[in-house]
Design a binder for this molecule. Structure first.
Ligand SMILES: C[S@@+](CC[C@H](N)C(=O)[O-])C[C@H]1O[C@@H](n2cnc3c(N)ncnc32)[C@H](O)[C@@H]1O
Length: 450
């Protein structure tokens, strides 16, 4: 790791006192490696590794494997996730014990680690909106959401200010704010290089703007989780204090935490330090909107870009996805793209599509060619894919050839036509089997190049 910036070292000495040398030495030790298992794809007995105390699906690994060369990583069986930030799972469980979470918003979501946590922790009946403002990061978010395989999620690409029409609509808003990244110094030397006191102030001001946009979106009695991966007062307690004084309809919510977890209680929340927990630096505070002025859910608005798909398209999709009529909506775009979304998410989807520049609902399932569906890559990773879709199980070597788009013919290939290529029964992508070759539909841009 690079030498610590002087002003940062001073700040940490003031904050930690006699503990500073332990903090400094933790920064020179190797960062722990941890993953979050996908609850919908792997059963509990498949989870190996030391548990992360605050997340039932979090595990530490004893070493860092090459994730790129693990087909299960590409199948979305787990997400490589820093351990401290998995505390969001504990908070989501706590909130649910207080009130149902029908609608959650992850306002600053890319690349999607915490959306994956919310989707793992909340029941399938919850609808999660995952938003990211930056286009390239939005693409990464959508790719990770596809790997997670859920349809109870709506992706959105917008600045937080565009959400204003959705006032009071969310039981939970997660604001994992862009920050100066002091907590990531051990993992990312770039963060050390980019750090300055000026940047801390810029981050703090931006967080203030994002919080001012985020807080009104919380339903009465609902919660806002504010988190950063930094230590300084301006972006953490100081930021939360200012938000509370500008929005007096909010109060701090108490979250009881076992003492032996090593978290440090601060004025408004909790701080994770790498010398006290097995994880990186992280800050979190939980705010609750007081119960006055009971809110109303999003008013029904007409779907603008998306329309319910015609019967024929729905029938085509029903061959590929396990649909029950009342629960599932199949939506169509003007370009004939078809999407699978829980019926109960329709109203929220309409309201979002009206307010935001870009919305991508649920799971893209494919496009129609004549009467036939050409399946989308996302459908291959979906947990709602029909059991009736033909599968072709690959060995590890075959799975890697498939992910590299190298020519190969799987030993298990028997029938012709569309097949889901699987590895350890987890979908990787689509292949069309022909008598003497395989057409590989794994997306070029995702191809493994190692
Ligand atoms: C700390 S990162 C989020 C990490 C993510 N929650 C995860 O766990 O994978 C903060 C994100 O907020 C996004 N962001 C910055 N300004 C924003 C704004 N005004 N509205 C929404 N998102 C914003 C950044 O582009 C960045 O991707």
């Amino acid at each position: 790791m690079h030498n610590l910036p002087e002003a940062f070292a001073r700040q940490m000495q003031d904050m930690l006192g006699a503990d500073f040398p332990a903090f400094e030495s933790a920064l020179s030790s190797p960062p722990p490696v941890s993953i979050n298992y996908n609850r919908a794809k792997l059963s509990a007995h498949a989870h190996s590794g030391e548990p992360v105390p605050w997340n039932p699906t979090g595990r530490y690994l004893s070493r860092r494997p090459s994730f790129t060369l693990d087909p299960l990583f590409h199948a979305g069986a787990y997400y490589v996730q820093e351990a401290s930030s998995m505390f969001i799972a504990y908070l989501a469980a706590h909130i649910q014990s207080e009130r149902p979470v029908d609608f959650a918003l992850d306002l600053c979501a890319a690349p999607g680690g915490k959306t994956a946590i919310l989707l793992n922790q909340l029941p399938e009946s919850s609808i999660v909106v995952a938003n990211e403002v930056i286009k390239t990061r939005y693409a990464k978010l959508r790719h990770n959401l596809a790997k997670w395989g859920r349809s109870n999620v709506i992706a959105a690409q917008a600045d937080s200010k565009h959400f204003a029409p959705l006032k009071g609509q969310f039981d939970l808003v997660l604001t994992d704010a862009p920050c100066s990244g002091e907590g990531l110094f051990r993992k990312s030397p770039d963060a050390v290089q980019e750090w300055s006191e000026g940047n801390v102030q810029l981050c703090s001001a931006r967080q203030g703007r994002i919080l001012d946009n985020a807080l009104p979106l919380v339903a009465p009695g609902g919660y806002l989780i504010y988190s950063t991966c930094t230590y300084n007062h301006y972006e953490n307690d100081g930021r939360v204090r200012q938000a509370l004084s500008a929005h007096d309809e909010f109060e701090l919510a108490a979250v009881p935490v076992p003492q032996d977890w090593g978290l440090t209680a601060t004025e408004c929340g909790y701080q994770f330090f790498p010398h006290r927990v097995k994880g990186e630096g992280f800050y979190v505070a939980l705010l609750r909107r007081k119960e006055a002025n009971a809110g109303v859910r999003a008013p029904k608005v007409a779907l603008s870009y998306f329309a319910p798909a015609p019967k024929q398209s729905r029938q085509a999709v029903a061959h590929w996805a396990s649909l029950t009529d009342d629960d599932w909506a199949v939506l169509a775009t003007p370009k004939q793209g078809l999407y699978l979304l829980p019926q109960r998410a329709m109203q929220m989807c309409s309201a979002l599509a009206k307010a935001l520049p870009r919305v991508d609902p649920g799971t893209p399932v494919g496009t129609l060619k004549g009467q036939q569906l050409v399946p989308a890559h996302e459908l291959a990773l979906s947990i709602h894919l029909s059991e009736d879709v033909p599968r072709c199980e690959a060995s590890e070597e075959e799975a890697l050839s498939f992910l590299r788009k190298a020519p190969f013919m799987p030993a298990a290939a028997k029938a012709k036509g569309w097949h889901l290529m699987t590895y350890q029964n987890q979908g990787l992508g689509w292949a069309k089997l022909l008598p003497n070759r395989l057409n590989n539909y794994f997306p070029n841009e995702l191809r493994v190049r190692m």
